[in-house]
Design a protein around this ligand. Structure first.
Ligand code: ADP
Ligand code: ZN
Length: 615
């Protein structure tokens, strides 16, 4: 009995026998019948202690503790009498008919039978003589297409190739093309990962098999692994098709090393089975595997190796433009008033995911129905929005206008310093869509995987980090706590510059430990209190210089900063191309302005800013 499955089934069987026995016992102990009239007489004389009503069946106990039972023709009329005599009254709603009693007795029997069948490794269908039914049946109903997925054009384009492949597998296999086997869709909940997977199957008109990663957890050992094998076996019978595994982190989280708990053991087995299956089929099987997760960071690296989920597509929360498109898709399904202004709605729900937008539209329609309106209008959307926002734990969704402005300037500060400094990574995306605890984000894309960093690059990074705070100080003339993470990161870089990389003029190329901690590993030089003070001073000085540089840049280009922030407030996200456009406009305006006010020749001015911007 070492196998947990067998042990579990044994327990189940024993429980079932117990329940069965108890129900039989309950039927047996129905107390002796007493005529209703006799019961009434006893009641009037205060001889009844307690009664229990089950429909018209009345059981109870008299003062001497003797149980009795009787038929009560009119329980509602009886109750006041009972209460008057201080009888303890209990009861249940449903009259227990014979059928229910039979069910109660039969249910455990069925359980025993089922337990026994699984125990002897047969399926119920098999035992009953029928053909074994597949647990995984492809879903073909409610066809979803790319038209149902709004606002994620990039991801759709990337997935078009897979649709093509599923539609015309021969064309690809004839040429010996390498088609990705597995695609990982990553992104916050409700951003349309499941929807997108369904749309791929829908576009290609192929079968869609799906499985939720959490289905596997807390199951009997070995069940997860065998479900994976079954799923793949079934899918291979229906080529071409698509397998979708939702929440793959539930099984694909990093494998625990060493002695694991039962649960992690089970997960390892399931994950291993998945890896084996993935390696075991090739594109000739025309099965495409799509997995979704909102925790890509915890995935086992084995899943991401070439030939497995080697293509990753990130979905993020939609910006205003995306939200408008999603609103339009869902608003088609309801009757809207002519005066409906979806762009305004889109603007008023920063941070909403696709799922929350779908929910909003539905709630708005419900509001309209509740008020007996002919069509859904703006008031309904407003009311629905308030309801949803209040119900959400994520307070970040209800960002005040003041906070949005602050965030826009903060992110614009980072971005502009990064944009104007030369030796740094190019800007990728700037957003003021709140996510988690972050109010906004400025992303830079490393040009290549750098292994070494120059001193200038590192100083520029600090300046960029200081840019957020500098912009806030410049525009609002006050400091907020929003920059705490920036400061932490900047301090870390500066400390390593000084203590680890020997890049400070004062302290030279010596490895130091800082605050009792080794910064550069075991070899750090032990140092005196004086040196410690010098280290602190060097770090403070580095950060101070970088912060000044950021503030100067922003001060000098403050028109750029304002326009940048305004565009961010309007669009919520900006990519590199849009930053270029804003920058070129700013330069043009500035030239014109200078030519007008200072009466200088514009071409002279042109040369001037080229040198100053590209320093
Ligand atoms: P995820 O799998 O990322 O958690 P889902 O795909 O389950 O999110 O999204 C839930 C619902 O939200 C979808 O069925 C759809 O109604 C709506 N939805 C989410 N994203 C979009 C989108 N980009 N376009 C249209 N509807 C969306
Ligand atoms: Zn910041």
């Amino acid at each position: 009995m070492s196998n947990p499955v067998q042990l579990g089934l044994l327990l189940l069987t024993l429980t079932a026998i117990g329940v069965f026995g108890y129900n039989v016992y309950l039927l047996e102990i129905t107390p002796p019948e007493r005529p209703y009239t006799e019961f009434l007489a006893d009641l009037r004389q205060g001889r009844i202690k307690k009664v229990h009503l089950r429909g018209q069946t009345l059981t109870g106990e008299d003062n001497s503790g003797r149980p009795f039972g009787t038929f009560a023709p009119d329980p509602p009329a009886l109750v006041p009498l009972l209460v008057e005599r201080d009888v303890i009254v209990t009861g249940e709603a449903e009259p227990t008919s014979g059928a229910i009693n039979a069910f109660k007795v039969l249910l455990p029997l069925v359980l025993i039978l089922a337990g026994w069948l699984i125990f002897s490794k047969k399926t119920v269908a098999g035992a009953l003589g029928g053909r074994r039914t597949a647990r995984f049946t492809p879903v073909r109903s409610e066809r979803v297409t790319f038209a149902d997925v709004a606002g994620i054009t990039e991801a759709k384009e990337e997935l078009l190739e897979i649709v093509e492949f599923l539609k015309n597998p021969e064309k690809y296999s004839r040429l010996g093309c390498q088609i990705p086997k597995g695609v990982l869709l990553q992104g916050p909940p409700g951003t349309g990962k499941t929807l997108l997977a369904k749309a791929i199957a829908g576009e290609a008109s192929v079968a869609f098999f799906s499985l939720g990663g959490s289905d596997f957890v807390e199951m009997f050992a070995g069940v997860g692994a065998s479900r994976v094998r079954e799923l793949f076996a079934e899918a291979k019978k229906h080529p071409p098709c698509l397998i979708f595994i939702d929440e793959i982190d539930a099984i694909g989280g990093r494998r625990a090393s060493g002695q694991g708990t039962g649960a992690s053991d089970e997960r390892n087995q399931t994950l291993n089975a998945l890896l084996v299956e993935m390696d075991g089929f090739d594109t000739r099987d025309t099965v495409i595997l799509i997995a979704a997760t909102n925790r890509p960071d915890i995935l086992d690296p084995a899943l991401l190796r070439p030939g497995r989920f080697d293509r990753r597509i990130t979905l993020s929360l939609p910006d205003v433009r995306g939200r408008l498109k999603i609103l339009e898709v869902h608003a088609q399904k309801i009757v809207t008033a002519p005066a409906i202004d979806l762009p305004t709605v889109a603007r008023s729900i920063p941070g909403f995911s696709g799922a929350e937008i779908a929910n909003l539209v539905n709630e708005a329609a419900l509001m309209a129905a509740r008020h007996n309106k002919a069509a859904v209008d703006m008031d309904d959307f407003e009311e629905a929005k308030d309801k949803i926002v209040m119900g959400l734990e994520r307070k970040s969704i209800a960002v005040s206008e003041q906070d949005r402005r602050l965030t826009a300037y903060h992110e614009a500060g980072h971005a502009i310093v990064g944009y104007l400094l030369k030796e740094t990574d190019p800007l990728h995306k700037i957003t003021i869509i709140p996510r988690g605890r972050a109010m906004g984000l400025t992303q830079q894309l490393p040009l290549d995987d750098r292994l070494t960093y120059s001193r200038d690059y590192l100083l520029n990074r600090i300046a960029i980090l200081m840019g957020g705070r500098a912009a806030e100080a410049l525009v609002f003339n006050r400091l907020t706590t929003g920059a705490s993470n920036d400061i932490l990161q900047a301090t870390d870089i500066a400390a390593r510059l000084v203590c680890e990389w020997g890049m400070s003029a004062d302290l030279g190329p010596v490895a130091y430990r800082r605050g009792g901690e080794f910064v550069g590993g075991e070899q750090s030089a032990p140092h005196s209190e004086m040196t410690a003070r010098r280290i602190d001073r060097a770090i403070r000085q580095l950060i101070g210089e970088c912060a000044d540089q950021a503030a100067d840049l922003l001060h000098k280009h403050n028109r750029f900063l304002h326009t940048f922030a305004e565009v961010l407030l309007l669009n919520e996200t900006m990519d590199a191309e849009e930053v270029d456009i804003v920058y070129r406009n700013y330069l043009k305006e500035r030239d014109v302005e200078r030519a007008l006010t200072e009466n200088r020749k514009p071409d002279e001015d042109q040369q001037d800013h080229h040198t100053e911007d590209m320093q």
